[in-house]
Write a protein that binds this ligand. Structure first.
Ligand code: FE2
Length: 278
């Protein structure tokens, strides 16, 4: 699946851009399915805002029990001061997570397609587990910033084994909030872990308090259908979408079965629904 230069580039940079990985049709199928899921979602009783700035708001039960569910999280800027939605629900959702790949047939099929399986094994996995999926909307005008982070902070294993697969379902540009990454930044080690706190809720355990060299960030502008493979330790982020265009993406994360997955990782599943492979 991967050429030697691609493997070498991934080792050097910590990310790999594969254009035209998903077809126009596959991208549109996921977009249509996400729209159907949102149309069937009635937010009155279960509003939860996703924000990497406001940790306490992501610590509620709705978020913490979403590891084996399909749940909907709002943009922080979707609400007016009175707490009412400024726009329609479909224009207000930040993301859907975190088990689309196991619970929804359309996302299951996309996530377990043969060429992705081949790619994952090509990256060196022996027994890959598909642990987390997210459909990210990055809504026009209000799509929030995701601050610089490493995915292994949220999907910690010993040893580190997380890899992210980020599929552009629309063209992603600087204008509508594309990914930015620090090439080679994956070699500097993990800076923090996001944990379930023993007192309830969540917290960060800081392993290295130095800041990110943000001046080294490069934009990853990609066309619809592109897959970006992200090493679990690669620092990356995306800015606020201030444009009138959305920037839909689907992400899938994989870990190695043999690695230890701590019980205080935020993402957990009930006994009836263990992590599965391809
Ligand atoms: Fe990420």
């Amino acid at each position: 699946m991967l050429t030697d230069p691609q493997k070498a580039g991934y080792e050097t940079d910590g990310f790999l851009v594969i254009e035209n990985f998903a077809s126009e049709r596959e991208c549109n199928r996921l977009r249509a399915r996400a729209a159907e899921l949102v149309a069937g979602f009635y937010p009155s009783s279960s509003v939860s805002i996703f924000s990497t700035h406001e940790q306490t708001r992501t610590s509620d039960d709705y978020f913490l029990s979403s590891g084996d569910s399909i749940r909907f999280f709002f943009e922080e800027k979707a609400f007016d001061p009175q707490g009412a939605l400024r726009h329609s629900t479909e224009q207000s959702i930040n993301k859907i997570g975190h088990a689309l790949h196991d619970l929804d047939p359309v996302f299951d099929k996309f996530s377990r397609v043969e060429k992705l399986r081949e790619l994952v094994y090509d990256l060196g996995y022996k027994q890959p587990l598909l642990v987390q999926s997210m459909y990210i909307f990055k809504q026009p005008n209000i799509g929030g910033e995701v601050i610089c982070h490493q995915d292994a902070t949220f999907l910690y294993t010993e040893p580190m084994s997380a890899t992210g697969f980020w599929f552009a379902l629309e063209d992603a540009t600087r204008e509508n909030g594309c990914l930015w990454a620090i090439p080679g930044g994956h070699r500097a080690g993990l800076k923090s872990r996001f944990l379930r706190a023993s007192s309830g809720g969540t917290c960060f355990s800081v392993l290295d308090s130095t800041g990110w060299p943000l001046d080294q960030l490069v934009p990853l502008e990609v066309t619809k259908g592109t897959l970006i493979v992200l090493h679990g330790l690669l620092p990356h982020m995306s800015l606020t979408n201030r444009s009138t265009k959305s920037r839909h993406a689907y992400t899938l994360h994989v870990i190695e079965r043999d690695c230890d997955y701590p019980a205080d990782n935020w993402l957990q599943r009930g006994p009836g629904m263990p992590f599965r492979s391809f």
